[in-house]
Every structure is written in structure tokens, then in C-alpha cells.
Design a protein around this ligand. Structure first.
Ligand code: PEP
Length: 250
């Protein structure tokens, strides 16, 4: 199976007004986007439904997070069922900002992943090492540990609805992008782990995208790598250059 190129835009806590949200989406609606790339944007939860309603139909919408319970006394949370009901097909889980600022553990992220998939969502699952871990030669080990928690609760069946985002923490929002060789090496290791832990088919078919300071300038070189199946883009997803990243394979 060939893996469809995938580009996600993680808006994080941006934009901060209804007006700027409208102009961001209207810019994207006018852009020329490679129809062979799957494009997904993740606005803040307050804008999910309105973005879904105004964005072009070839661009899908993702939540940046969700809880694992369907309903109940969980103030501030959004459930997978609510997202599905609202017509939101994707959710980002395990982003490094959730892991570090909000202290989400790999076990919690695995539980959320299971719940999201069970509810019918597709999951963009983020993993990645800190600078300290990379310098200690632990990149593969850390990615494997983060993935293992999910593998243990998912088993084989659900992986077609999972996109893995390899996002080295030192590259997120820092302007320090991984070299294409570093990205390729990490993706090969992740794929090898999937083959070992699940199956050769899952390893071959699962998209592994790179995230961390991707721009219009560096995306083409990264996209030449055999195991780089796309990008998760933070800062640059708020700019017109997001279209160039979507078109990186063109
Ligand atoms: C991200 O938030 O997932 C990300 C990769 O951010 P940036 O592109 O700004 O580094």
C-alpha cells in the first residue's frame, strides 16, 4: 500500500479572535493545494465547528486534544463522542506540550487513543525525545517507550486510523529543524518497532510524519526521505507558507 502524504496544521492557542480565525481560513480556502496530500487543520476547540463549516471541503479538521470519557463530571474536557457528533474526524493526542505542560503520561495518552478510535475518530499520535535524551543516544528508546503504551492497548486492528507524528521536542517551535537524515533515521526506527511489536503490514502502512520547525524552506528536502510521510506543522500553519508545505511533494 502506498502511504498518502499527510500534512497537519496545529494552530495551538491561535488565533485569538473570531476575525483573525476567519481571515486565516479564508486564506487557506484560496490557496492552491496538492490534491494528493491529505490536509488536516487543528484549530482551538472553541473554533472547531465554525472552522469545519467555513473551510474548503478538501481540508479536514482535527481537535488538539480530547478526554477518554464519553460524558460526565469532567469540567473543561471534550469527549471523543462529541467530536464525532460534531463532524470532526481527527484528534491530535500526546503532543509534547500536553505531555510537558499538562503532565499527560504515555498511559493516559494510550487510554485517550483507545477511546478516540473506539468512538470513530482518527488519531494523530505525537511522540518524540527531548534534547537531553537525543544527546544521551536515547531517541529510539524514548519513541519506543511512548509508542509501547499505545501498542499495548490497541493491538493490531486500529492502526489504519492512526498517523504517528515524530516530533523531537527540541525542534518544536524552536526554529531548529531535524536534518532530513535525523528524521529519516527516527522514522525507520519507529517503523522497525511497529514491525516488531505489531506486524510488517502495520509498519508498512502506517504514516509517520515529522514535526518540528517545518517551513516552506526546509519541507522539500525532508519530504524526499522515504519514510517521511508528511508533516505536523505548528507556527508555519498560521502563515501562507502552509500551502507550500502541503505542496512539498509537487
Ligand atoms: C507542533 O506544534 O506540532 C510543531 C511542530 O510546532 P512548530 O512547527 O512550530 O515547531
Amino acid at each position: 500500500m502506498t502511504r498518502q502524504f499527510f500534512v497537519g496544521g496545529n494552530f495551538k492557542l491561535n488565533p485569538i479572535t473570531l476575525e483573525s480565525k476567519k481571515s486565516l481560513i479564508s486564506g487557506l480556502n484560496k490557496a492552491e493545494l496538492d490534491p494528493s496530500t491529505e490536509v488536516v487543520i487543528a484549530p482551538p476547540s472553541i473554533y472547531l465547528i465554525s472552522v469545519k463549516d467555513i473551510v474548503r471541503k478538501d481540508v479536514k479538521v482535527a481537535a488538539q486534544n480530547c478526554y477518554f470519557k464519553e460524558s460526565g463530571a469532567f469540567t473543561g474536557e471534550i469527549s471523543p463522542k462529541q467530536l464525532v457528533d460534531a463532524g470532526i474526524p481527527y484528534v491530535i493526542l500526546g503532543h509534547s506540550e500536553r505531555r510537558t505542560i499538562f503532565k499527560e503520561t504515555s498511559e493516559l495518552i494510550a487510554t485517550k487513543t483507545r477511546a478516540a478510535l473506539d468512538a470513530g475518530l482518527k488519531v494523530i499520535l505525537c511522540i518524540g525525545e527531548t534534547l537531553q535524551e537525543r544527546e544521551a543516544g536515547k531517541t529510539a528508546e524514548v519513541c519506543e517507550e511512548q509508542l509501547k503504551a499505545v501498542v499495548e492497548v490497541l493491538k493490531e486492528a486500529d492502526w489504519s486510523n492512526v498517523v504517528i507524528a515524530y516530533e523531537p521536542v527540541w525542534a518544536i517551535g524552536t526554529g531548529k529543524v531535524a536534518t532530513s537524515a535525523q528524521a529519516q533515521e527516527a522514522h525507520v526506527d519507529v517503523r522497525a518497532y511497529l514491525a516488531k511489536a505489531i506486524s510488517a503490514a502495520v509498519a508498512n502502512d502506517t504514516r509517520i510524519i515529522y514535526g518540528g520547525s517545518v517551513t516552506a524552506v526546509n519541507c522539500k528536502e525532508l519530504a524526499t526521505q522515504q519514510d517521511v510521510d508528511g508533516f505536523l506543522v505548528g507556527g508555519a500553519s498560521l502563515k501562507p507558507e502552509f500551502a507550500d508545505i502541503v505542496n512539498a511533494k509537487k
